[in-house]
Design a protein around this ligand. Sequence first.
Ligand code: ADP
Length: 190
Amino acid sequence: MKIFVFFGPPGAGKGTQAKLLAQRYNFIHLSTGEILRSAIEKQTPLGQKAKEYIDSGELVPDDIIIGLIRNRLQNLEKESGILFDGFPRTLAQADAFDKLLQDMDEKISAVIYLKVPEEVVIERLVKRAQIEGRTDDTPEVVRKRILVYKEKTEPLLNFYKKTGLLYEVNGLGTIDEVNSRIRKIIERFV
Ligand code: ADP
C-alpha cells in the first residue's frame, strides 16, 4: 500500500490537492478535519467531543484522533494507496502512526510538505471563510490555528526530515501547477 502524508499549514491546499490526487490514482483520501466536521454535523459522540476544540482553533486531543485513525485503518480493505490529509499533526500522533503502520507491515512512502508563506495562508483562509462559512474560519480562530500549527505541528517537519521521507513542494501558483508538482513525487512511488 502506498501511503502519502499531506503536510502544511492550514490553508496550504492539502485538502484540495489530496482530493484531486485520490481521484486520479484511485487512492483513499483520509482527512481528519472532514471526518470530524461530518461527525459534528451528525452529532455523534465523536462530534460532540470534537466540536469545542475545532471551533476554538485548538487541536482535538491526540487520543481521540489516534483512536479514530486506528479504527479507520482496521476497517480498510487492502487499498492501493491512502492520502492522509491533516494527520499526523503532533509528534505524539506521528509516533502512534508509525506504530499502527508497523503493526500492519506498512510504512509511509512520502510526506509531501506544501510550503506556503503565512501571509498567503491568511489571505486564502479569509477568502474561504466568505465562500464556505466554516465555523473555524473566523479571523480570530484562523489566527489561533496558525499559532497552534507553529507550536504543535511544525516540529514534525524536522521529525520527517530526519527520516528522509520529506518532500517539499512550492504551494504557490494555480491548483494545476501545484498538482503537477505533487504528481512528480507520487509518480516515483506508483
Ligand atoms: P486546516 O488544515 O485548514 O486547519 P482541517 O480540516 O485539517 O483544516 O482541520 C480543522 C480542525 O480539525 C483543526 O483545527 C483541528 O481542531 C481539528 N483536527 C483535524 N485534524 C486533526 C488532528 N490530526 N489532530 C487534532 N486535531 C485535528
